[in-house]
Design a protein around this ligand. Structure first.
Ligand code: PLP
Length: 353
């Protein structure tokens, strides 16, 4: 916004994003990827953190492959890295063909129609997605033919794992099928592993790995627990502190009853910010290490916390909300992916390097 007033407003909610932890996670995943090079999934605005800031930092650290889902997401980072380092996972539809051709980012062609379209348009170097069992996007084994790939200049030939965060036979099955499917297709590089796939071991690494979640602090497999650092911290400002008398109830539908007189702070965050109702009565905040439990139901813009243990806290203080991804997912039953990508537009996103 160009409006002067909006520049003067500080949001009462902010994401503190640890740029060093982000880079450290990319390096850790790069180490874990062995000889393979390591890209970065930055779709969904860098999983909610802000794709531009993420791309700048990872590019400086040496990352050369960035994956987005939509063409608009490619356009949004196209001034930061060479276009050929950007891959668009949704491939190319009729509607985005002209943008694709002029931008020079590479589509991940997902089916016969996309391949025909790209060839007919003289689209140049591209990537191809093979479906080894997720049954979402990509060419299945029965769709592969020499003619189809004739005249196509393929850089990355890739597939995507469906259940790499679990120890299930599907992982080995997808690996075997990917090996088989790629054998007769001319390509530059092979790529299979997402974050969890990296932890499945060197068989899964090929030439390039494509982590997303773990760059941002997500831990999809126990093997990554000690190497992945928390990146995002949520802070919200206190709007009001008040005493609520014993016997009174809090918030919508009165889901919490004060058994004693309780000091309550109301903070400026809610489910519209992605702090979901699943945290009602189970989430926790902190102020200088003191735990401040979320009590009552999370509303759209407000959350109430018990500050009885924090004598002098008052309006304007910033509290930190517990949002360590694996822990917050365990507490709320919401996936780490959703916890991240759901973080809304009202936060000031502050990178701390
Ligand atoms: C999102 C995505 C990734 C990254 O997955 P994470 O589980 O977040 O590491 C990699 N490859 C493809 C095709 C994706 O869609």
């Amino acid at each position: 916004m160009t409006n002067n007033l909006s520049d003067k407003i500080t949001a009462p909610v902010r994401l503190k994003i640890d740029g060093e932890a982000l880079v450290s996670n990319w390096r850790a995943l790069s180490n874990a990827s062995g000889k393979a090079s390591t890209g970065a999934a930055v779709k969904a605005d860098g999983y909610g953190l802000g794709a531009r800031e993420v791309v700048k930092r990872l590019s400086d650290a040496g990352c050369q492959d960035f994956f987005v889902a939509h063409w608009a997401e490619a356009v949004a980072i196209a001034d930061l890295v060479p276009a050929e380092q950007i891959s668009v996972l949704n491939g190319v539809t009729k509607d985005d063909l002209s943008v694709a051709l002029s931008l020079g980012a590479r589509p991940v062609l997902n089916n016969t129609a996309q391949i025909m379209r790209w060839k007919a348009a003289g689209g140049g170097r591209c990537h191809v997605m093979l479906d080894s069992g997720i049954n979402r996007l990509g060419l299945g084994p029965e769709q592969i033919s020499t003619e189809l790939f004739d005249g196509l200049d393929i850089d990355i030939l890739m597939s995507h794992l469906a259940s790499a965060d679990e120890d299930v036979p599907q992982n080995a099955a997808q690996l075997a099928l990917f090996r088989l499917m790629q054998a007769n297709i001319v390509h530059q590089r092979l790529s299979l592993a997402n974050s969890a796939g990296i932890a499945l071991g060197s068989d899964h690494h090929f030439d390039l790995t494509r982590p997303g979640l773990s760059l941002y602090g997500g831990v999809p497999r126990a093997e990554l627990k000690n190497t992945i650092k928390q990146v995002v911290q949520i802070e919200a400002q206190i709007l009001q502190v008040r005493e609520v008398q014993a016997g009174q109830h809090l918030g919508y539908n009165a889901t919490f009853k004060c058994l004693k007189n309780t000091q309550i702070a109301t903070i400026a965050i809610g489910y519209a910010d992605g702090y979901l109702r699943a945290f009602s009565n189970i989430g926790c905040c902190r102020y200088k290490e003191i735990e401040l439990p979320v009590i009552g139901r999370v509303s759209m813009d407000l959350v109430t916390i018990d500050v009885s243990d924090c004598a002098n806290i008052s309006e304007g203080a910033w509290v930190e909300i517990d949002y360590n991804l694996p822990q917050a997912a365990a507490v709320s039953g919401i996936s780490q992916y959703e916890l991240l990508t759901g973080l809304g537009r009202r936060f000031d996103r502050v990178f701390v390097d």
